[in-house]
Design a protein around this ligand. Structure first.
Ligand SMILES: Cc1ncc(COP(=O)(O)O)c(C=O)c1O
Length: 157
């Protein structure tokens, strides 16, 4: 089991009180806090290696490219992807979901298909599917929630 107190030690930003209470931060989908290992890797990168990735032949550029690709491999192993070619870095969720809807969605969705979303979606996971449905003349179906707050998959039958 994850030891929360131990994990908290990795996040310097949590070493403060807000409104006289220890800070608890849950807005990770909007902006995720960084553990000290990440802060130190970023500082080290900007202090020693920062350069254009895949677009230079000098030493710093080669170092930056190597680290960038090593990060891609770390992510690949973490999500168990078959190839690093499946790992794309974007600036955030909205961009990623637009790419999925336009890349994957445009290939597989046809006129008359149904696209299911839930009543819980953030705008970033709603607008791309609305636009896809419009482009393809598909139907966007909103799954409701049960009394317990779960997605009511049975409502789609
Ligand atoms: C719950 C939730 N989902 C998705 C997003 C979109 O994230 P991004 O800013 O990375 O596009 C946000 C942004 O605030 C969010 O709060």
């Amino acid at each position: 089991m994850m030891e929360i107190a131990k994990v908290r030690q990795d996040f310097p930003i949590l070493f403060q009180t807000v409104n006289d209470e220890p800070l608890i931060y849950l807005d990770n989908a909007a902006t995720t806090q960084k553990p000290k290992q990440v802060i130190s890797a970023i500082e080290n990168y900007y202090a020693h290696d920062n350069a254009n990735v895949h677009r230079g032949v000098h030493t710093l550029s080669e170092r930056a490219t190597k680290q960038y690709e090593e990060a891609r491999e770390t992510v690949r192993a973490f999500i168990n992807a078959a190839s690093t070619k499946e790992v794309l870095f974007t600036r955030g969720t909205t961009t990623s979901l637009n790419w999925v809807a336009q890349g994957f969605g445009d290939q597989v969705v046809e006129e008359g298909d149904e696209i299911y979303v839930t009543a819980l979606e953030h705008h970033s996971n709603l607008v791309p599917w609305q636009q896809l449905a419009k482009r393809k003349q598909a139907r966007l179906v909103y799954l409701p929630l049960t009394e317990e707050g779960s997605v009511d998959v049975a409502a789609s039958q």
